[in-house]
Write a protein that binds this ligand. Sequence first.
Ligand SMILES: Nc1ncnc2c1ncn2[C@@H]1O[C@H](COP(=O)(O)OP(=O)(O)OP(=O)(O)O)[C@@H](O)[C@H]1O
Ligand SMILES: [Mg+2]
Length: 472
Amino acid sequence: MRIRSSIFTKLFSTYVLSSIAAFLIFSTVLYVLFQQDLKGDFLSTLHAQHEQVERTLQLAYEEGQNKEAIISTLGFNNDNSHKNIYLYGENGELLHLFSDSEEPLHIEQEFIEQALSGNPVNEFVNEKGHRIFLMVSPIESNTLVEFQEKVLVIALHGYDSVAKSIKGMFMLAGLITTIVATCFLFLVSKKLSAPLQTMNVVAMEYARGNFDRKVKVAGDDEIGQLGETLNHMASELASLDNMRKEFVANVSHDMRSPLTSINGFVGAMLDGTIPQQDQKRYLHLMKDETERLIKLVNDLLDIARIEAGQVSIQPQNYNISEQIRKLMAKLEPQLTKQKLEIEIQSNQDDDLYVFADKDRFDQVLGNLIENAVHFSPQKGIVTVRVLGIGREVSISIEDQGPGIPREELSHIWDRFFKVDKARSQKVGTGIGLSIVKHIIDLHGARIDVESEVGNGTTFSITLPMASKIAKE
Ligand SMILES: Nc1ncnc2c1ncn2[C@@H]1O[C@H](COP(=O)(O)OP(=O)(O)OP(=O)(O)O)[C@@H](O)[C@H]1O
Ligand SMILES: [Mg+2]
């Protein structure tokens, strides 16, 4: 079975291993340095003792004191370190030996000869598994008196036990440090990994479609930011999910109504409920319904293609004044039905030209004028203004409809958004303005909306003006 390593295990083991490695490196370096220092200490002790031996010998020789007695104090005065002292004559013969152990150390003759030839020897020698520090050095009398003693050997014990106790101290310090650091690192790893584990659980909930759970955000570090991002993602996903549900509901509803009427009319025609002479009128009604369906499907396909970035624009110079007139003409039947008046105003004598994608602008203006007509009251006036302002053309469509509440204005460009869902459910899906906004954005142009509840709405588009071209 494969054990899945959690982030906690990874963090914790990495921390512990790196702190142990750091401690080992640190203590090894320190131990090596300490050993060198200890060796230096031993050496300086031995040098001091060498000088003391020389002074003692001098005293004994010059003042004629009892040399044996004076020298015998040498080995055991001043300090209580465990040591052997040997004094050799000029032929390498042992003259004095002071030892506090029963079995004095055997000194290699080779060392004595080396010292007699003027070269001191500082060495560790192994004696029954213990290292003993040995200093074999020549004695030179610096007075008129010639000493008989020519070589001094001091064997200093205890190096190993000092080194061992230091090692023990290091190990104890290491053990305590490791225990304390492990506890600390355990807590740190838990603290770092706990929010990630919670986020994982919460993310799994999101994957199951439950967006209600939120991550508790603590701190503003990367983990805190991740928590915030996750919460933000959840609210975005929740609103997308709502939108999707609304979309399915809207689209199904918008498709079902015309399909139901078409189905009803066809059934009625087939079973003769609709008399022959009325059939044409019903066929017209069915045509209107199919056109509604076609518009809906086209809008859906359009928005899907635009949002997938599959739509590009082909701008050209064209007469926008004429385009507006043609659109009005198409709407004539509906205007008459609603007893609406439509006015086109311009501040120029001549038609105005813009540089834009003509077909896409048919969609833009068509949608805006359709909305204005649709939301206008009976006998209302829709005013379309085509104004040349500097090097720009401003097209505004104003109606006297119910207006849009201020707090809803920023949402009108969203897909499937409808201000009054109940009222406008019968017509439109809420895609029109979203398509308009996308097309305007593709042109790099601007669209503004001004609206007051009860006082109508005005949409204004600003486009760069194009010069009139001969071939229009
Ligand atoms: N001129 C207007 N007056 C008042 N409300 C408007 C106007 N134009 C748009 N709205 C509001 O904005 C919403 C979105 O408009 P949009 O054109 O995107 O959708 P629609 O007209 O409902 O459906 P369709 O997809 O057929 O255009 C409308 O449902 C309406 O509530
Ligand atoms: Mg619309």
